[in-house]
Write a protein that binds this ligand. Structure first.
Ligand code: URA
Length: 241
């Protein structure tokens, strides 16, 4: 935590982070909507973007320019780890950024779809903390076509060897494809849930994390999150608490 006389002016830091123009950021501060380390900030307040926790309307603002968070569309065959002991390609190698980024949670080697990587330890902690659990939406292609009763079991909770699953959203947009939304992150959870209703998964794609979805991101492609997406993600984390 820094002294309030060190660093840069708060409105400049907020504007640099893409929160709004400097003028609008001044208004936000004057309206008492910005806090620094828990205290309502006054105009003229100085901050250090790498130390101070800044919130706008109660939502964590990502103001530290050294922090980077990217969204990857993970293809199959790529391992969610920083370094694979068997020499297989990893998600960290796919995201060729100068910063050391770490995956947030994991997708199985044979699962495709959206994965966040970041060097923001606080964000990782908030996203992976079991009591927050932002929604994650999957499209699972399965063997056979699940009955309405089978989908109901997915919704109401399934007894797995590590306990009951929490209530989930489940639908079948086309026969043999289950759209499943869960907010837990247990190991191979979607595969085990589908297996338990007698419909093993043949293809699994994560299509949404909280507010984040991107159909135009090709497999293997990645991009930085926008300031707006980061703010929405923080709101999703707050909402899941
Ligand atoms: N559930 C699974 O079974 N696998 C994943 O990769 C993610 C969720």
């Amino acid at each position: 935590m820094s002294s309030e006389h060190a660093g840069e002016r708060l409105q400049k830091v907020l504007a640099h982070a893409g929160i709004a123009s400097r003028r609008v950021c001044e208004d936000l501060i004057a309206e008492g909507r910005v806090t620094v380390n828990g205290d309502v900030a006054q105009l003229g307040r100085r901050v250090e973007s790498d130390r101070d926790e800044i919130r706008v309307d109660g939502v964590v603002a990502h103001v530290d320019p050294t922090r980077r968070t990217v969204l990857l569309n993970k293809p199959t065959g790529v391992i969610t780890t920083a370094k694979d002991t068997h020499g297989r390609p990893t998600v960290v190698e796919l995201v060729d950024a100068p910063e050391r980024l770490f995956p947030v949670g994991r997708l199985d080697g044979d699962t495709e779809g959206l994965l966040l990587l970041t060097n923001d330890g606080g964000l990782t902690q908030r996203l992976t903390h079991p009591s927050f659990g932002v929604e994650k939406e999957y499209l699972a292609t399965v063997e056979g076509s699940p009955s309405r009763g089978a989908l109901r079991r997915l919704r109401e909770g399934i007894e797995l060897e590590d306990g009951m699953t929490a209530p989930a959203h489940a639908s079948q947009p086309t026969p043999g494809v289950i759209r499943l939304t869960i907010h837990e992150g247990r190991n191979r959870q979607v595969r085990r849930m589908c297996e338990a209703i007698g419909h093993p998964v043949t293809r699994l794609v994560r299509v949404r994390i909280g507010n984040l979805a991107d159909r135009s991101l090709a497999p293997g492609a990645w991009r930085d999150l926008t300031p707006g997406e980061l703010a929405d993600l923080e709101r999703a984390i707050d909402g899941a608490r």
